[in-house]
Design a binder for this molecule. Sequence first.
Ligand SMILES: NC(=O)C1=CN([C@@H]2O[C@H](COP(=O)(O)OP(=O)(O)OC[C@H]3O[C@@H](n4cnc5c(N)ncnc54)[C@H](OP(=O)(O)O)[C@@H]3O)[C@@H](O)[C@H]2O)C=CC1
Ligand SMILES: CC(=O)N[C@@H](CCC(=O)OP(=O)(O)O)C(=O)O
Length: 318
Amino acid sequence: MTTKLFIDGEAGTTGLQIRTRLEGRDDIKFLRLPENLRKDAEARAQMLNEADIAILCLPDAAAIEAVSLIEDKDTRVIDASTAHRTAEGWAYGFAELDSDQREKIAASKRVANPGCYPQGYIAIMRPLVDAGIIPANFPATLNAVSGYSGGGKGMIAEYEREEEPVAVPYWPYGLTLAHKHVPEMTFYAGLEHPPVFQPAVGRYAQGMIDAVPLNLWALDSAPKLADLHACLERRYRNETFVKVAPLEAAGRLEAITPEKLNGTNSLHLHIHGNDETGQAVLLAVYDNLGKGASGAAVQNMNIMMGIEETTGLTIADL
Ligand SMILES: NC(=O)C1=CN([C@@H]2O[C@H](COP(=O)(O)OP(=O)(O)OC[C@H]3O[C@@H](n4cnc5c(N)ncnc54)[C@H](OP(=O)(O)O)[C@@H]3O)[C@@H](O)[C@H]2O)C=CC1
Ligand SMILES: CC(=O)N[C@@H](CCC(=O)OP(=O)(O)O)C(=O)O
């Protein structure tokens, strides 16, 4: 059976990457609009209603508009924007969230693709909260760095224009601590309080690291690094795309660079720290355009089509 797929916003960063990832798939028929009609609401409505699956790679307002244009109750939607991630009636498209998330995605007509920063954070925190190692009222923090493609076409142009491209190598932002990703991070990590989330954009195109520092000594369970590792390893042992690196006592590791998993849909977790001081830092390495956006959208589409992928990178591949 062929699935009719419409990517609304196909000319953008996420849309283009989805299209490239699906090149050569003979189980998909692309519904496409000519350049002059790609923002025409009537033409988009026609495609949205004709599609079996529509992937929205649009700014939030245009994504909300796209959903309102769908009259055909059978069109299934994957929204890559922030608009519906904690909305009623939408399944959160992080398949590894817990054991029944895949079924929720498979059964849903409305799937919200997660934000790039939240995926790594939730992958680290949720199993630790579920296991009671981190209490739900924990005052968590997250530091992160993303390549500039995370800001879409607009930010890419600022870094790649010929005249006076952005020269700052590392630019902290989100300093009012109200980044649009905080609500989904808090909700899906299972925490009662929003984390202090401090992202930064680096002067490189693609790839990211989420880093969660933890004062283990402050936790009632006073876990050791091996306990954190065992918890995450147990949770992701059978996952294709999320993998946990072995515990390694090193201050600096080659695998922990933001570009390491570019072009893949993999997300790798690293647990480091110091048992003597009772402190840990948990890191998630992944591609903001891979597992952080387009890769996850394709993974969700496959789950909705009943296809199970088995081709993630193992730690040993690195
Ligand atoms: N880049 C990333 O790493 C990630 C992005 N996302 C999210 O995915 C979505 C897309 O982001 P991204 O691809 O980076 O953004 P881009 O700006 O690169 O692409 C957005 C595309 O949408 C088009 N567009 C805007 N308004 C409309 C409209 N009304 N009708 C049809 N098309 C429209 C734009 O047109 P034009 O080309 O004319 O500007 C552009 O091609 C956003 O919601 C973003 O937050 C999510 C996770 C990660
Ligand atoms: C580097 C950079 O600017 N990144 C973007 C996040 C991109 C993204 O994931 O947007 P969604 O909310 O649609 O997921 C930002 O911080 O706004």
